[in-house]
Design a protein around this ligand. Sequence first.
Ligand code: ATP
Length: 490
Amino acid sequence: MEKYSLIEIIGQGSFGRALLVYCKNTEHKYVLKEIQLPQQNSRCESTRREAVLLSKMRHANIVAFREFFEDGNLLCIVMEHCSGGDLLQRIQRQQKKPFPVDNIFKWFAQMCAGAKHIHDKRVLHRDLKTKNIFLTENGTIKLGDFGSACVLNSSKAYAQTYVGTPYYVAPEIWDNQPYNNKSDVWSLGCVLYELCTLQHPFQAPSWKRLILKVCRGAYPPLPKHLPYELHYLLKHMFKTEPRDRPSLHTILTSHRVSKLLRSHLQPEAWESTGQERRGRRLQRWDPEQGEEVTRRLGEKSLVHTATSQDTEWAHSESCEAPHRKQWSPSHTVLQRLSNARLQSADTGSSSDQGRAAEEPEEPGGAQQNRRRREWSREPAQRLLRVLEEAPVHRAFSTFIIHRAGAEAEAGAEAGAGGEAGAEAGAGAGAGGEAGKGGVCQQQEDHTDGLTAEDVDEERLQQRSDDDDTDFEEEQPCDWMGELENMFAAA
Ligand SMILES: Nc1ncnc2c1ncn2[C@@H]1O[C@H](COP(=O)(O)OP(=O)(O)OP(=O)(O)O)[C@@H](O)[C@H]1O
């Protein structure tokens, strides 16, 4: 710590301070994130996870990691300082003046390149939003805040899961489906929309209407003067079915707009997305590496997996996971919410009055016949009851959901998490938003498990977007239980 001197405190996150510091050795400024120890486990883990993941993500469009250490009762991560601030601040500074289209393409291409790099390492960011995307002094995009990310490679199922920031969360998450690589794509669609309009695509005065809009993919159209490519991109990124959404790989390689996007990328950003590896048979991620990462992250780490994840990864081109076949994200929640709307109106809920006329009905009775994953846990009444009085501004916060068995059993069976999650929410108590803690031991920064630049050759080849939904969490989270606890506690 002695080698850093404090310049200023640049922010107070939900778990600790972010400091702008000066390093006497390198004569550079850095951001130092600190967390008080001991605290509750989850935030501590989140910080450690951020450090470990960040340390292994070397890419022109990802915040560069410097070091990770403990100093007394502080856990510290030192990282690149992005002096342009975050995109949320940048958007706010525009004061309704639109960004030049070239800027939009450049920034979007860079965030896709950074996110693709993450996905190529089988990591999901899970909290992509304007607040977590930074700009350097020269206007280069850097993805940051890996505190919510997860690695999909351990052979065990792990103790904690996550829902994201509701305003940026994809429809499948509201339908208790697993987070997957396309969920990150949805979130980036929200960011792209904000760059285009300076507005969030899914604005609503209540949670219920927010969720309905998200599940329908119903966003106000972009202004007509914006180029066709932006309209086209958003239309695809906001497909409510993950399988219909392009992956980042597709967006940057074989989508109608790929060439245009790539023209906005510096060669080093493009090369480090893995394209330079085309044609070379690459080593598949070794499951043992996932174990190693898990061990280093600690027993309660936020690492999700399938029990047969290595097989799934190896055969992701040809094998559809069973739950993937069952995906029909928005229909379940829409139908439940629609039914509940009537019940809610019957019981005299004022906030539901008149909404039926405003919200478009689900098109096509034929969709009712689609295969549907049963939403077995909570009827929509519960959702409505929870959300009815909840302040919608909280939908911009990051939520972390705890699973049952988090404290005792890191290796809980995959698939058990959904039902158990409701109790886990109660057990977690502290309620939703990031800001947990716990005693944590120092971890060596020895994370070889994440170093493999392992991209399957097949993944570089063109595929349908359906096949392109190539990895996902195995255990959907009980965000509703968590919301219930959070709002009950408020
Ligand atoms: N690498 C960075 N470069 C420049 N500013 C940063 C960097 N990392 C974080 N910040 C800024 O520091 C502040 C605190 O960030 P931090 O990630 O600690 O918390 P947060 O994102 O505000 O909240 P949360 O804890 O819920 O994630 C924010 O204003 C953020 O924009």
